[in-house]
Design a binder for this molecule. Structure first.
Ligand code: SF4
Length: 291
């Protein structure tokens, strides 16, 4: 079995920069990470072992116990920022600049009088951060969520990890259902997400199956898996090499490898090595060699 790795895969600069800041913190016990830093269980376990306080995504309404609060790459709303600062918290901000750009796009649309349509996952931490500062908005996850809106101006933007093709089809459907409205679209999908998706498309033409490495809660990882299946290629979502099962690759000549934007390079390397080893043992088995 051949293993082909996507040209672009794994950790984006936004998550890497946040991890670099965290690595340099000398007194982890004095810091609360406000929400899930990355959707990667291995990294979260390491942070816990170092002594950081960590607020669960759904527990962010409670005030952190420490004076120093680390804002994750997913960002928070200005409303949440004011709440934390009013409580005397000192914010260590690792918000990705491309998430900040998405916040600015939403604010610009609102200031120009648009009802803001956010293409994204309702309840996702990044989407919550964007909509908490908006007065007039809807979150659109699927085409079925769409309706005719009573607003004269509709401003569309995206969660940064949205699939480009999905954003295009939602945008076209909004226009079709709202011919009365003036529509403005600001593309806020981040370029690492686009690069991952483009590399996957190129790879899917060459493989019989795909392995996608990433956290179970990682939105962009799940989207990579969904795209493989849309293209008719079997896809296996694993968190690390231990999740791989040799029987998945019976009859597979070429397997592709990609990974979500929260995946460590070392985890990808381990999965790749395990796949190569499985390929070698398939060959040994098929040639009858037991040496
Ligand atoms: S996925 Fe994109 S927006 Fe999110 S942290 Fe990475 S680079 Fe930034």
């Amino acid at each position: 079995m051949n293993v082909i790795q996507a040209d672009v895969l794994g950790m984006c600069f936004g998550v890497r920069d946040a991890l670099d800041i965290i690595r340099d913190i000398e007194r982890p016990h004095d810091v609360t990470i406000h929400g899930e830093l990355v959707h990667n269980e291995k990294v979260l376990a390491e942070l816990e072992a170092r002594g950081f306080h960590q607020t669960k995504e759904r527990g962010r309404h409670a005030l952190p116990v420490t004076d120093i609060v680390l804002i994750t790459a997913h960002g928070i709303s200005q409303a949440e920022r004011r709440r934390l600062e009013a409580a005397g918290k000192w914010l260590l901000d690792t918000t990705c600049p491309l998430v900040t750009r998405a916040h600015h796009a939403a604010q610009k649309l609102q200031q120009e009088g648009y009802h803001v349509l956010v293409i994204g996952k309702p309840g996702h931490v990044e989407v919550r951060g964007i909509i908490e500062d908006l007065n007039s908005f809807d979150v659109v996850e699927k085409l079925e969520d769409l309706r005719t809106y009573p607003h004269r101006r509709l401003g569309i933007m995206c969660q940064t990890t949205t699939q480009v093709r999905h954003a295009e089809s939602v945008r076209a459907a909004i226009a079709a259902k709202n011919p009365h409205a003036e529509i403005r679209f600001i593309d806020t999908i981040c370029h690492p997400t686009k690069d991952h998706q483009k590399a996957l498309e190129d790879l899917l033409d060459q493989v019989d199956a795909m392995v996608v490495v990433g956290g179970r809660n990682s939105n962009n990882t799940r989207q990579l898996v969904a795209r493989c299946r849309e293209r008719g290629v079997p896809a296996f979502h694993v968190q690390d090499a231990d999740d791989l099962r040799p029987e998945w690759f019976d009859g597979v000549h070429t397997v592709g490898l990609t990974a979500g934007t929260s995946t460590l390079a070392e985890t990808i390397a381990e999965v790749r090595s395990a796949l190569v080893a499985m390929g070698e043992s398939q060959e040994t088995y098929s040639t009858g060699c037991v040496a």
